[in-house]
Unconditional design. Structure first.
Length: 269
C-alpha cells in the first residue's frame, strides 16, 4: 500500500510531526462530580465537559509553524496563506477569543474573521493546528474515562467521526480511531458507526488482505479497517496506517461513499 501513496504527502505529515508542544500547552478544568456523572450517562464527548484551555501565544506560534510546513510542501498555497495570515487577529484580546473558539465544537472561525478567504486552505491550516493541541489534550484526559466502555460511533474525546478502525489480534474486537485527537475506543464488532445500522459490508484489495473498507448503503459512510490478525505481528501505528491507505479513501469516494469529519473543532470552516 505504501508504494501507492504520494511521497510529498508523506513528507508533509512527517514535517508536521516535527512540531513539538510544551507539556503545559493545553490544560483543562475538571467539572463538579455531578456533571461528570451526567456526562457519562448521556455519552457527552469530553471536550464539552472538560473544555481545553490553550494560551493564545502558543496557539499562534504553532499556527505559524504549521503554515510554514504547508508553504514548504505546497508552494502553490503561499499566496493564499499570506492572505489568511494577514486577516488573523492582532490584538491580544482578539487572539485569546480566536484561540478559544478554535476548540469549540462546530464553531466557524472563518465567519468570525469576516473576510473572503480561501476556505479549503483556511481549513487545512486550522485543522492541522488544532490537531496538534487536541492530541496533547487527549493524552491529558484519557485516564478520566474508560474508552472500552464508550461503545459510541463518535469520538469520546472530541465527538468527531472515526477515520479508521482496527480488529484486535486477540479476539477480533473492533476499535475505532479518531484522526483528530488520535484516540481509539471500543465499538460493536458489526454495523455502521455513523448511522448505527446493524448492516454493513466490506471489500478488500488483492495483495492487501489485512485492510478492509466497510461501507454502509443506508448512510453511504465508509471506514477503513486493519485486521491486526493479518498484520504479521508488526507494530501498528493507526495514524500512519490512515495516511498510508489514502488509495482506499479514493476508491470508496469514487464509489459514492464518504467519511466526512463532523462535529470536530475547526472542521466546519
Amino acid at each position: 500500500m505504501k508504494n501507492y501513496v504520494n511521497a510529498p504527502l508523506l513528507d508533509f505529515y512527517m514535517d508536521l510531526n516535527k512540531i513539538s508542544l510544551s507539556e503545559d500547552a493545553v490544560s483543562f478544568v475538571k467539572p463538579a462530580c455531578g456533571v461528570i456523572n451526567l456526562e457519562q450517562e448521556q455519552a457527552v464527548p469530553m471536550i464539552k465537559v472538560y473544555p481545553p484551555r490553550v494560551k493564545a501565544v502558543d496557539f499562534f506560534e504553532v499556527l505559524q509553524q504549521v503554515s510554514g510546513v504547508i508553504k514548504k510542501n505546497r508552494p502553490d498555497m503561499i499566496n493564499e496563506l499570506a492572505k489568511i495570515e494577514a486577516a488573523l487577529p492582532v490584538e491580544a484580546t482578539d487572539r485569546e477569543m480566536f484561540a478559544a473558539q478554535a476548540f469549540i465544537p462546530d464553531s466557524n472561525l472563518l465567519t468570525s474573521l469576516k473576510q473572503d478567504l480561501p476556505r479549503d486552505t483556511f481549513g487545512l491550516l486550522m485543522n492541522h493546528t488544532v490537531k496538534l493541541f487536541m492530541v496533547r489534550y487527549a493524552k491529558k484526559v484519557e485516564n478520566l474515562r474508560n474508552f472500552d466502555q464508550w461503545l459510541q460511533g463518535q469520538c469520546p474525546v472530541c465527538g468527531g467521526r472515526p477515520s479508521f478502525a482496527l480488529l484486535d489480534k486477540e479476539d477480533g474486537k473492533r476499535y475505532l480511531y479518531c484522526g483528530l485527537c488520535e484516540v481509539r475506543w471500543r465499538f460493536q464488532r458489526l454495523g455502521c458507526p455513523f448511522c448505527l445500522s446493524n448492516e454493513s459490508q466490506f471489500f478488500t484489495l488483492e495483495g492487501t488482505e489485512k485492510y478492509r473498507v466497510y461501507f454502509c448503503d443506508q448512510c453511504h459512510g465508509y471506514i477503513k479497517t486493519i485486521d491486526e490478525r493479518k498484520a504479521g505481528g508488526a507494530n501498528i501505528d493507526l495514524f500512519w496506517e490512515d495516511i498510508n491507505t489514502l488509495p482506499l479513501d479514493i476508491m470508496a469516494i469514487n464509489e459514492g461513499y464518504y467519511n466526512r469529519p463532523v462535529g470536530q473543532p475547526a472542521t466546519n470552516n
